[in-house]
Every structure is written in structure tokens, then in C-alpha cells.
Ligand binder design. Structure first.
Ligand SMILES: [Mg+2]
Length: 260
């Protein structure tokens, strides 16, 4: 496969888990890929569907793995949610079930927290989840607050175990209210569009790199951006046949992009 046109792109939007690292282990070729992005002066953004950690905490995680990039290179579903909500209702308010990464992103976008009559109920992944919070969220949504999920993931990988993800945590609120949540994060193409705007690259100049067909690749296709599937994460050769669409490039890992 000729990778010249991929290598000549000026912007790279990269998923992280299954692409750069798996859990707390850096994947082969990831360090060299990031060094290549830096030495070739590429614009790049690491995208994550997780809304739990702030860009600074993600930067610290990569620092621990030996990859050093500024926190401005990270974009989370919490930030995508905050940019969407502020475009819909500048200066709005939210009742949040989630972690600091989410509340911080909303505060930074000029939102306030409100437990009485918020414009939105926003749910992200969290371990501080309780009956009282669900009960409050259900009644706020019944009273007119819009229900928003930072990402639709049903589970999050925890090494060999899984944790219930945002999609699972928000389900009781949807069931009790009869109202379906609107989800930001991949596969919603809004997240890629925001990411590309941050990079300041055109569609043609940008590539998206990910390990999941049903989130990374489909979001890239919806945005008309060239897609790179890496086989270092969740997708197997056999899985590829199940999808009605295919990525532009299929590579063993990100180390193959600079051709190492
Ligand atoms: Mg991934």
C-alpha cells in the first residue's frame, strides 16, 4: 500500500486507547509515531470518548508512558459536549453526573452547575453514581431539562475487565423518563468536526487514526476525512467483514505511518 498521500497530510486526529496505548502499556511504534508527528511539524490531536479526565490529566498519563506532548493536543468528549452545549445555549446551566473532566469543561465553556432547574442533565462516566443522583436527574428531565450523554459507549475497558460506560449509566434515566439522550463523542461526527477546526486543517489535509470501526472509522467517513484503521486495538481481521464500509488504510499499528 502506498502511504505517500497519507504521510503528506498536515493534520492527524488520533484515538488513544488501542492506538497509542492499551490500558497502561504503550503500544509498539507509538513513541516513534509521535516523534515523527513532531519532527515533521504535523498538526495533531488525540481524541478520546472518555469524559472523565481533563486534557492536563491525559497529558500526565502520556508523560508517564514516555510520550511528551502539550495538553492542547488532547480533545475529550467532555470538551465536545461543552462546545456543543455552549453553541446551543450560551451561559446555560447543567446538572452533571460525571467526573471533574466534565464539570471543568462545562465551567470553562461558561456553564454553571444547577440542581434545581438546569437547562441540561449531562451524564459522563463516573464512579460516584447513586440512586439519589438518578432520581434527581429523572425529575429534572421530566421537568424539561434536556438529556445529554458525553459518549454512547456501553462499557469502558479496564485492562481485562470492563466498567459500565456512559451509555449504560444514562439508560436508567432514559427508561424512567421515556426520553432518549443525545450523545456527543464518537461516532457523532461533531467531535471530529470540532477536532478538525481546532487543527485548522482542511478535510483533504486531515486523516483520522483509530482502532474501532463503529466509532473512529465511521465518524471519519461521516466527516469525509481519510481513515486509518490500526489493528493494534479491538478490531480483528474477521470483524472487518461485518461492516458495510471500510477504512481507506489498514495498518498493523501507528508505527507504520512514518514507515518504521
Ligand atoms: Mg480506541
Amino acid at each position: 500500500m502506498n502511504l505517500d498521500s497519507l504521510r503528506s497530510k498536515s493534520g492527524f486526529i488520533c484515538d488513544m486507547d488501542g492506538v497509542i496505548y492499551h490500558g497502561d502499556c504503550i503500544l509498539p511504534g507509538a513513541l516513534e509515531f509521535v516523534d515523527w508527528l513532531k519532527s515533521e511539524d504535523k498538526k495533531f490531536l488525540f481524541l478520546t470518548n472518555s469524559s472523565e479526565r481533563s486534557p492536563r490529566e491525559l497529558k500526565e498519563k502520556l508523560d508517564r508512558l514516555g510520550i511528551h506532548v502539550e495538553s492542547s493536543h488532547f480533545y475529550t468528549s467532555a470538551q465536545a459536549t461543552a462546545s456543543f452545549l455552549v453553541s446551543q445555549r450560551p451561559g446555560g446551566s447543567a446538572y452533571v453526573i460525571g467526573e471533574a473532566g466534565l464539570t471543568n469543561a462545562l465551567y470553562e465553556a461558561g456553564f454553571s452547575m444547577n440542581e434545581i432547574n438546569p437547562d441540561y442533565v449531562v451524564v459522563g462516566e463516573t464512579r460516584s453514581y447513586s440512586y439519589e443522583k438518578i432520581e434527581r436527574a429523572v425529575n429534572l428531565v421530566r421537568n424539561g431539562a434536556k438529556l445529554i450523554g458525553t459518549n454512547p459507549d456501553l462499557t469502558d475497558s479496564m485492562g481485562k475487565d470492563v466498567a459500565p460506560g456512559t451509555g449504560s449509566l444514562i439508560a436508567p434515566i432514559e427508561l424512567a423518563t421515556g426520553i432518549k439522550a443525545y450523545f456527543l463523542g464518537k461516532p457523532n461526527p461533531l467531535m471530529m468536526r470540532h477536532g478538525r477546526k481546532i487543527l485548522g486543517c482542511s478535510r483533504k489535509e486531515t486523516a483520522i487514526v483509530g482502532d474501532r470501526m463503529d466509532t473512529d472509522i465511521i465518524a471519519g467517513i461521516h466527516c469525509n476525512i481519510d481513515t486509518v484503521l490500526v489493528m493494534s486495538g479491538v478490531t480483528t481481521e474477521k470483524d472487518l467483514k461485518k461492516f458495510p464500509y471500510h477504512p481507506r488504510y489498514i495498518l498493523p499499528g501507528v508505527g507504520d505511518i512514518p514507515g518504521l
